[in-house]
Design a protein around this ligand. Sequence first.
Ligand SMILES: N[C@@H](CC(=O)c1ccccc1NC=O)C(=O)O
Length: 313
Amino acid sequence: MEVPGRATGAEAPWKQLSAEELENQYCPSRWVIRRGAEETLKMYTHLGDKATKKVRATRKSLLHVPYGDGEGEKLDIYFPGEVAAEGLPFCLFLHGGYWQSGSKDMSAFMVEPLTARGVAVVVVAYDIAPKGTLDQMIDQVTRSIAFVQRKYPCNEGLYLCGHSAGAHLAAMMLLANWTKHGVTPNLKGFHGTAGFFLVSGIYDLEPIVHTTQNAPLLLTPEDARRNSPQLLLEAALARPSGPACRVLVTVGQHDSPEFHRQSREFFQTLCRGGWDASFEEIPDVDHFEIIWSLTQQDFVLTQMILSTILREL
Ligand SMILES: N[C@@H](CC(=O)c1ccccc1NC=O)C(=O)O
């Protein structure tokens, strides 16, 4: 199938935007529709806190489990039943916040509906900026996945879900070199049982370098290129790819046009690379509602995630 995309070498569309418009496009809270920007950000924190407190009180969990020696290298594991069983599908969640805000302690959004259907959920912490650099965050996420695979070798598949900056970190895992970690996570779908859920993500970091979001990140254009899954996947197209697993790329209807463009282009590049990718624009939600609605069993994205995981068992 011929997948349309931008011709290689054509100028990236964001380069035609004014500094002010670029800032606007990459500030998700400016695109919310049902409430003000500040109220939305407050509500996001509040709902994340509330969901996390609730599942910590009601679900069997292992909290603050170290996956490395660093102070920030911890993860929380939530189980469907009474015991810390291991023959389960595990969904790892990477929170957003432009690599400079958010934490695992306010990000257990999807835990209740997934554990209710027999899926274990792991919420991963990583060192946000300015403490961590992007390269360190990517290394931490890689090690957290290797850790879960090692701890639960009989898992029924590892699924990776990330939101916004977390979707970027998740997408980088499509390109991870697992051999140096001494373990192959069940992400590659040995049994056809694994996949990626990328929610309102950023896949080309170069535009970020030119916005105020870069102040704590201090990304150079070279850092941005080295850590952009969009560019890395385009470069990998020339090489034979390994076994491809499923990747669901989603964006909220009310995400900014640049977020839409990034998701669509990443999806197209995945298709060209032979990945089993699909693209869904989730109706009637903004950048924040798309993730806090995952607390609801009947939300369309919760249903897509559950049906992907459960259908393949
Ligand atoms: N300062 C940003 C916040 C933001 O981008 C954000 C906040 C929470 C979760 C994800 C976010 N975006 C990407 O990682 C804004 O005002 O939209």
